[in-house]
Ligand binder design. Structure first.
Ligand SMILES: [Zn+2]
Length: 318
């Protein structure tokens, strides 16, 4: 087996969270450049306000404005920030107890180096100019030299903050197995190659390192046709973030001729409500100059016009 392939993969979605009255109140405060805490049943001012009292478990209802200046109670140095952190240069994560609060808030502290941070140092909020009702309205903390700052512009906003969108993203490097690498290298040449299990004779595409049914390592390469039969499918009616085709469209399992396991792909060039189990389809390849080492070299599958396959021919592959 020749070289193995790898590719950077990003999995991402936007998580939408309703804030509720307590977190919403905190975020509305940030939008107005005001840090808001909540008073607990024991009289402590906690920032951000807890949604429920830690002792009585009642909803927090008493809110307290605290200062945007405070004291560092603990910190750690971040020499190499990663994507998504508050600052793109080295900084400290600090626990800051704001004046008027009894508990600290975690945020970034913008200083040149670890020698510029000390527990007990005075810091203040650096407000973002465009504030939207999010924790990032606090750009970071900065050392408080005691000098008066220019007034922060507070807009006359009335809309309550009821929800926030939290982008979740995971970047990783996917390393393909030698068998998958064979598959993707073949796709780069316009060919579909599976592997046959020497024990049960089933042909898998994409090939796995071992037969999922009996565990036997697979080695024999089997060139497969780019025509096949739709076994099962779903009509996608719902729009979602990142969608590249306007719904409705069909996502289907296609059992390539000669394979024992179906491949998931798009079915186009046919009205969604005409797609059916047993329909014969063929790969529509993108122009060769657009090919890479992914299954997206196949734009989609389209009906061949042949008579439908007999159910008996694919019923074992659903
Ligand atoms: Zn097998």
């Amino acid at each position: 087996m020749s070289r193995t392939l790898s590719a950077p993969i990003t999995v991402a979605f936007d998580y939408t969270r309703s804030t509720g009255p307590v977190v919403g109140r905190f975020l509305e405060g940030l939008r107005d450049a005001q840090v808001v805490g909540g008073r607990t049943s024991e009289g402590k001012v906690v920032v951000p306000p807890p949604e429920y009292d830690p002792v009585t478990h009642q909803q927090t209802t008493e809110f307290v404005d605290v200062a945007d200046t405070g004291v560092v109670t603990s910190w750690t140095w971040v020499p190499e920030p990663v994507k998504g952190q508050p600052l793109d240069r080295p900084f400290a994560f600090a626990l800051v107890t704001l004046d008027g609060a009894d508990t600290p808030l975690l945020h970034a502290l913008d200083v040149a180096g670890p020698d510029d941070v000390q527990t007990g140092m005075r810091v203040r909020v650096r407000w973002r100019e465009e504030r939207v009702g999010d924790i990032t309205d606090i750009a970071c903390f900065e050392p408080d030299d005691g000098e008066t700052r220019p007034a922060v512009l507070v807009r006359e906003t009335v809309d309550p903050v009821t929800g926030i969108i939290v982008p979740i993203e995971l970047d990783y490097l996917y390393a393909a197995s030698p068998e998958e690498s064979l598959f993707y290298s073949s796709v780069a040449e316009g060919k579909l190659v599976g592997q046959r299990c020497p024990t049960c004779q089933k042909v898998y595409i994409p090939p796995r390192s071992a037969c999922p049914a009996d565990g036997t390592p697979t080695a024999e390469e089997v060139p497969l046709s780019d025509s096949g039969t739709i076994t099962t499918f779903c009509i996608v009616n719902v729009p979602f973030l990142g969608q590249r085709i306007t719904p409705p469209y069909v996502s289907a399992y296609v059992l390539l001729d000669g394979a024992d396991i179906a491949l998931l792909h798009l079915i186009l060039d046919v009205p969604a409500d005409e797609v059916r189990m047993g329909m014969r389809v063929k790969a529509v390849w993108k122009p060769r100059e657009e090919w890479g080492t992914t299954i997206e070299n196949i734009s989609h599958f389209a009906p061949t016009g042949e008579p439908d396959a007999d159910y008996e021919t694919y019923k074992q592959h659903l």
